[in-house]
Design a protein around this ligand. Structure first.
Ligand code: NAD
Length: 419
């Protein structure tokens, strides 16, 4: 391992995104002034969220919304409830959204929000009160033409319904103010499965390009929430052999291939994989290092780091989660010939179907599931081919190619609009 890599060990989430940006900007020979303009967030907001808990105590939480860039359209990005949420992480995720919406070429910019809280420890009513209080603080800066939130870790369709209801108290009826809503209440069919399905679609395309058949591909998936479970379902149906899955309770392994329908059923019944007996129990650390062809980290950021990168045995990685690979580890993976399909493309299925939801809301017209799936496939396929081709042309990683495409699009819109 060389010393440059070692000195990068403590790069935080935002520095990591800047590092990826700069690597692409170097190939594009971007000037320093343009880099600064495109890297910096347009607006960052930190708000106090005081809330009365069920036992009468007052808890004061901290909420964030970072609006990174709106050169290509209204800003778009999830809302995360997690105990490790902080401004640095939200900032990094907001800029990833700018690059993500640009790489799949949908007319949005990037934003992200979060509240530092453990949703598991909250009652449903507490969760609702926190959500409504947060909207009270930020309602003026979000909306269908400004910034459109969506679900992320720890939030779901119900959270989005509360946000919409609270936002509409101030601004009137407009379901396009938020996406990821319940399907029966202006949501889009296929939104819930979209990110995981997109991960599966793109994994399939990448392996096809590499001349590998799903049947001969052993897959390990970290995380069995929205992204991981839908990716597992799609990949199982596409005949991949899924040998490892995990959630916060640990890892579950069967070298002969797991019974994914049984695991999905167990998960729905128990809201966790804890106790799933049809597999060998392993730790999440062991799971990442399993002998397999394809690894899909679909839980948290920074799970592949300098500490474990040399022990990763997968030949391909598809980033279901945002930022699962640290920048220094990413370089080692590239040196070792391990192909990484980056988060800004790999998990863009969710924001793509969020875009379809927003379009349907604005047209008061609802698409059927087939149309959603076909359009999703079409947008992701085009983006994949663009990235694949550019990576080969310039002999750069798929991540650098994806950033190059995204940066060029945002730069072009910025130039066309003027300052
Ligand atoms: P989720 O809350 O539905 O699921 C998260 C999963 O990770 C759960 O199975 C949880 O048990 C597991 N997990 C939590 N801590 C863990 C740990 N320490 N080790 C192993 N597993 C752990 O969240 P999600 O919506 O599936 O999001 C997962 C990732 O995908 C996040 O990085 C998120 O930003 C990203 N993402 C989500 C979407 C979306 O549409 N939901 C879109 C793009 C990106």
């Amino acid at each position: 391992m060389n010393s440059i890599v070692a000195t990068r060990k403590h790069m935080n989430a935002n520095e990591t995104v800047h590092h990826y940006f700069d690597r692409a900007a170097d190939v594009l020979e971007l000037e320093e002034s343009t880099r600064r303009l495109l890297k910096m967030a347009k607006r960052e907001i930190t708000v106090e969220v005081p809330v009365e808990m069920d036992d009468g105590r007052i808890e004061t939480l901290v909420g964030y919304r970072v609006q990174h860039n709106n050169a290509r359209g209204p800003m778009k990005g999830g809302l995360r409830y997690h105990p490790e949420v902080d401004l640095d992480e939200v900032r990094a995720l907001a800029s990833l959204m700018t690059w993500k919406t640009a790489v799949v070429n949908i007319p949005y910019g990037g934003a992200k929000g979060g509240i530092c809280v453990t949703p598991r420890d909250l009652s449903r009513k507490e969760n609702e009160r926190i959500t409504r209080k947060f909207v009270d603080q930020i309602h003026d800066i979000i909306g269908p033409d400004k910034d459109i939130p969506a679900p992320d870790m720890g939030t779901n369709a119900e959270t989005m319904a509360w946000i919409r209801n609270q936002w509409e108290k101030y601004h009137g009826f407009n379901p396009a103010c938020i996406t990821g809503k319940p399907v029966e209440d202006y949501g889009a069919k296929g939104r819930e499965e979209a990110t995981g399905r997109g991960v599966g679609i793109l994994a399939f395309k990448m392996l096809k390009r590499l001349g590998r058949r799903p049947k001969d591909t052993r897959v390990v998936i970290q995380g069995f929430g929205n992204v991981g479970s839908h990716a597992a379902k799609f990949m199982h149906e596409s005949e991949f052999s899924i040998v490892g899955i995990s959630d916060v309770s640990g890892g579950y392994y069967d070298p002969a291939g797991l019974d994914i329908p049984a695991a999905l059923h167990y998960m729905i019944e128990n809201r966790s994989l804890k106790g799933f007996a049809q597999a060998e129990r392993i730790t999440n650390e062991q799971l990442l290092e399993l002998d397999c062809e394809l690894l899909v980290p679909a839980a948290l950021g920074s799970v592949i780091t300098l500490d474990n990168v040399e022990r990763i045995q997968a030949k391909y990685i598809v980033e279901g989660a945002n930022g699962p690979v640290d920048a220094d580890a990413d370089e080692r993976l590239f040196d070792r010939g391990i192909a990484v399909l980056p988060d800004i493309l790999a998990n863009a299925g969710g924001v793509t179907v969020s875009y379809f939801e927003w379009v349907q809301n604005r047209q008061y017209y609802s698409w059927d599931l087939n149309r959603v799936r076909q359009q999703l496939d079409s947008i992701l396929s085009t983006a994949f081919e663009d990235v694949w081709q550019l990576a080969n042309e310039h002999n750069v990683s798929l991540r650098t190619a994806a950033f190059m495409i995204a940066i060029q699009r945002v730069k072009r819109s910025t130039e066309l609009g003027g300052f």
